[in-house]
Design a protein around this ligand. Sequence first.
Ligand code: BGC
Length: 379
Amino acid sequence: MKRIIYLFIALVIPFVTTIGQTNKKDHAMIEKSLFGKLKDGKEVYIYTLKNKPGATVKIITYGATVVSLTAPDRNGKYADVALGYDNLEGYETGSAYLGAIAGRYANRIAGAKFTLDGKTYQLSANDGKNQLHGGKIGFSKDLWTAKSFESKSGPALELTLVSPDGDQGYPGEVTLHVTYTLTNDNELRIDYKGTTNKPTILNPTNHTYFNLTGVFTNTILNHEVKINADYYTPIDKESIPTGKIDKVENTPLDFLKLTAIGSRINDNFEQLKLAHGYDFNYVLNNYNGKVREAADVYEPTTGRYLQIFTDEPGLQFYTGNFLNGTPLGKNGVAYLFRTGFAMEAEHYPDSPNEPKWPSVVLNPGQTYRQTTIYKFSAK
Ligand code: BGC
């Protein structure tokens, strides 16, 4: 009998899933439940992390994806500010990377190929002849394993993916750990740690779209943005960097001071037209491997304020120019043109083919690391 009881405790209790404290206010909490099943029958779980002030983040093991994230307005009212889907089908069929970890290489690689140590690798192309966000079945379409825990700063979830040698054409077996921590200061902190068994390239990011009004039928055009970057990498008509690094000064790409997204988005500026709005890699100032403030976003009607900190060299600022309403988002809402923006911390696009830019090569024995923080407050 005792054995049966022990067995029950060991096997069943962890699945019942309230790990940490229950619903009491002022207590951090972690919950786990089934989100859905993939076509091959594999189970996808959803974890809810709640911090002491009462913010929550929901993360699924498919794509290590942030499904929802709440933040307070100036009256202390929390609302979901992250675009997402209600069910797994949305994530399986959607092509907008809502909330997901994009990789191995976030952003574009020209011609879906690169050369490393004299060998050229042909990758899976999924954006015309180019690769976008890791190829047809990138990290955003993979099933990760997850382990939740209480950290000193708040509830946390570590997700792990082992990407086999040759995955989407990339060399080396890569193991990537992504740890989300919802700190008691209302930060979503994302720590990445990756290793490989052969020389390869690695450049993951988180692809959450935010709408700080908390109402996803609103556009994000009244949000005010500040990006600490004097330079950006101009693009060609396929959104591939030309290889130049240009000043933002005297262009509608200058966000050195808080400026409404919509104030210049339709300006007659060739780069804006090529990108159909903002969809640019900003060369962040003061790149030295340390975490520093990269960008701020202020939403004037609710007062919600988002600060982005990262140790990465680049930040892709994207204004949801390709959101087209399908698949339907949470609560049946169609996510239309410019109803969400993303701030993706990463290396510059196409860096594998631009030897002068910060390197994205990862060798055996080295550890890839990234820390990016989305911090919420209100003014
Ligand atoms: C890119 C866009 C792309 C989008 C896909 C962004 O990171 O910059 O060009 O269309 O991802 O959802």
